[in-house]
Design a protein around this ligand. Structure first.
Ligand code: CO
Ligand code: CO
Length: 303
């Protein structure tokens, strides 16, 4: 593989390739069933980002048997199964170990036609940038851990994190895009940077057009930032120019590590309104947040 992609692609023959990915993490919500759902939706997301169809999955479980009721694990696995069923994915196995810190996730295998793989690179000047889910899950789950998150905010983020990127991916394949990635741990600006790194294009993002969960502003202004946020900024700020007019809380949100975030696509401008209309018909509240530019190459400009 020549560069970091969302998942590994292995070509089986002329018409078929498999996509493989793995992801697991510690709980970010209190309800074990919902955590299982989120971890599963998140693990399937890399397959959807490449335009593939997930087929099978294997559970990965790290569980503190001495300190937690086994019913907690049962609920997590039920939540996972619930989303696998919705996605049409078959659970074919798994592995669990005893660990002082609870973790859950999946290894996922999907299918795709080798010529239909959507890469995270390939954006062309003039493309519009479309984002399919709001940002803020890292800040919101940090607030939740400290018990200061407004219930409405948590409900909105939870709804979003438990929503499969499947229909977004299907619409993307139907309309045709030049590039796509899913927004996860590196935050919007981290994944946007990966999209343009070592390419002949740059991105311009309109900060005010970026969708953010209601209530996130207050939490970000109160300094509720997960550790990953500053790491994301340190890692990528050399590639990013943020207009001084962009409020500090919003620039935090742009670096906020996301769990089970949306798809971020570069679509040829003439197809952008069709893509947005089709996404909205599928109940996805997608937004046009900027464009791909020829200059400055390899850079993200936030205005
Ligand atoms: Co990804
Ligand atoms: Co590639």
């Amino acid at each position: 593989m020549e560069r970091a992609e969302d998942a590994g692609v292995y070509r089986l023959n002329e018409g078929m390739a498999i996509i493989q990915t793995v992801d697991f993490f510690t709980p970010i919500v209190d309800d074990p069933f919902v955590f299982g759902q989120i971890a599963t939706v998140n693990a399937l997301s890399d397959v959807y980002a490449m335009g593939g169809r997930p087929l099978t999955a294997m559970n990965i479980v790290c569980f503190p048997v001495k300190s937690l009721e086994i019913s907690v694990l049962r609920d997590i696995l039920q939540g996972g199964l619930d989303k696998m069923r919705e996605a049409g994915v078959v659970l074919i196995g798994g592995h669990s170990i005893e660990d002082p810190e609870l973790k859950y996730g999946l290894s996922v295998t999907g299918l795709i036609h080798p010529e239909k793989v959507v890469h995270n690179h390939g954006a062309r000047p003039g493309d519009r940038l479309i984002l399919t889910k709001p940002l803020g899950t890292g800040i919101i789950s940090t607030a939740l851990k400290r018990k200061v998150a407004p219930p409405d905010t948590v409900a909105a983020a939870t709804r979003s994190m438990t929503t499969l990127n499947r229909s977004a991916s299907e619409v993307m394949q139907e309309v045709g895009v030049n590039a796509c990635t899913d927004i996860t741990g590196f935050g919007l600006l981290g994944h946007a940077s990966a999209m343009v790194e070592d390419t002949g294009v740059g991105l311009v993002i309109q900060a005010k057009a970026v969708p953010v969960f209601p209530g996130t502003e207050g939490l970000a202004e109160a300094g509720l930032a997960p550790g990953g946020l500053q790491r994301n900024r340190d890692f990528r700020q050399g590639m990013v120019d943020i207009d001084p007019g962009v409020p500090a809380w919003l620039s935090d949100v742009l670096y906020d590590p996301q769990t089970s975030g949306g798809l971020f696509m570069a679509v040829p401008a003439p197809k952008a309104s069709l893509l947005l209309r089709r996404l909205r018909e599928e109940g996805i509240d997608a937004d046009d947040i900027g464009e791909v530019v020829a200059e400055p190459k390899g850079r993200i400009t936030v205005s």
